[in-house]
Design a protein around this ligand. Structure first.
Ligand SMILES: Cc1cc2nc3c(=O)[nH]c(=O)nc-3n(C[C@H](O)[C@H](O)[C@H](O)COP(=O)(O)O)c2cc1C
Length: 356
């Protein structure tokens, strides 16, 4: 497969800056503001029903006529295991009790993988957003071919060379290289296999030598200087998540904003204990207390997420932000609070991309 060097240019974006899809944080307002400002905005429909996804796409379209990206979760179909789930809930019981709460009686699958949702494929083929991106793996190859045949540019997230090769072999147009610095869930295809956790600089170099597809760099990119470094290293574009959390157009909670905005020495870490898949967020007891040697095996993603969210809700009812899933990358101390259009303009200016 040969790279199409004009693929990114075909999107006609003045700036090679993608606002990362962030389920729970990105909104149609944020995506539209970024696309209107010359970047590529993204909405995340990984945890949405078909009706919710249609609503988000329409809401974005109502705010911009520019291209935007629609992001999907392509995780392996979870296997419900009542015993494993009961053991996990029992293990979590003392932390629930700390907040005078009880764990839920059982867990279920809160949302399904795109790969199990042909109705969502039908919606995308009908709506034809300019870009569709995949996280946690890939959909069936013929679905990718159908999306592309409808003029949709496709992106797949890779955390290592092996995943990038699978993305290329499946015919996906561009690779999002997700460095270890990245906030949110690791895009690893099979989380039980080792995650190389490569810094973006190393991963980008490896993918550029081993792959033909254009590569987009993601992870810890917070300023124009960071953007310039990735573009100079050979990335066709950059994808930033954490940098956009404090924008007023995001739906980040007040607690998430406060955790990010008030602490210059903020620390992030990676744990699977919140959702069942490794993800990077602002350190709290979910990272430091839940992963004990005696912990039973985690339920599959996203079944475990129900327990993580229930624990965070119990803490919140008791007035604590402990155990919250405040996803953020290691660049978190450098997050800036400003409207999305101003942030895109600032990043472009700092990176020497804008004419002024
Ligand atoms: C709050 C948050 C939520 C995220 N949710 C998603 C998501 O729904 N889909 C996805 O593909 N990536 C998601 N990511 C990961 C981003 O795509 C990207 O890899 C990451 O933001 C890049 O690192 P940075 O946060 O340091 O900029 C999320 C990241 C954050 C910070």
């Amino acid at each position: 497969m040969t790279a199409d060097p004009f693929l990114w240019s075909s999107l006609q974006r003045p700036y090679p800056i993608i606002q990362a899809p962030m389920v729970g944080v990105s909104t149609p307002q944020l995506a539209a503001a970024v696309s209107n400002a010359g970047g590529l905005g993204s909405i995340g429909i990984g945890a949405s029903s078909v009706a919710q996804a249609r609503e988000m796409i329409n809401a974005t379209r109502a705010l911009t006529s520019e291209p935007f990206n629609v992001n999907l979760f392509c995780h392996r179909t979870p296997t419900p295991d009542p015993q494993r789930e009961a053991d996990w809930l029992q293990y979590l019981r003392p932390w629930f009790e700390q907040f005078n709460a009880e764990p839920p009686n059982n867990l279920s699958v809160p949302y399904i993988s795109f790969n199990d949702d042909p109705a969502l494929l039908a919606l995308l083929l009908q709506e034809q957003p300019a870009v569709v991106s995949f996280h946690f793996g890939l959909p069936p190859t013929d679905w990718i071919a159908q999306l592309k045949a409808n003029g949709i540019v496709t992106l797949g997230c890779a955390t290592c060379v092996d995943e990038a090769r699978q993305i290329e072999a499946a015919g996906v147009d561009m690779i999002v290289a997700q460095g270890n610095e990245a906030g949110g869930h690791r895009g690893t295809f099979e989380p039980q296999h080792c995650d190389a956790q490569l810094p973006i600089e190393t991963l980008l170099k490896q993918l550029l030598t081993q792959c033909q597809c254009p590569v987009i760099a993601a992870g810890g990119i917070m300023t124009g200087e960071d953007i310039q470094a990735q573009l100079q290293a050979g990335a066709v574009a950059v994808q930033l998540g954490t940098a956009f959390i404090l924008c007023p157009e995001s739906s980040a909670s007040t607690a998430h904003r406060q955790a990010l905005g008030l602490n210059p020495s903020i620390q992030t870490g990676i744990t699977a204990a919140i959702s069942g898949r490794p993800a990077r967020g602002i350190l709290n007891s979910a990272y430091t207390e839940l992963t004990r040697p005696e912990a039973p095996p985690l339920p599959d993603y996203p079944i475990a997420y129900q327990a993580g969210k229930a624990l965070a809700a119990a803490a919140s009812r008791a007035g604590s932000v402990d155990f919250a899933a405040h996803w953020a990358g290691s660049g978190a101390p450098r997050a800036r609070a400003m409207p999305a259009a101003q942030l895109v303009a600032t990043l472009a200016h700092e990176a020497g991309l804008s004419p002024d």
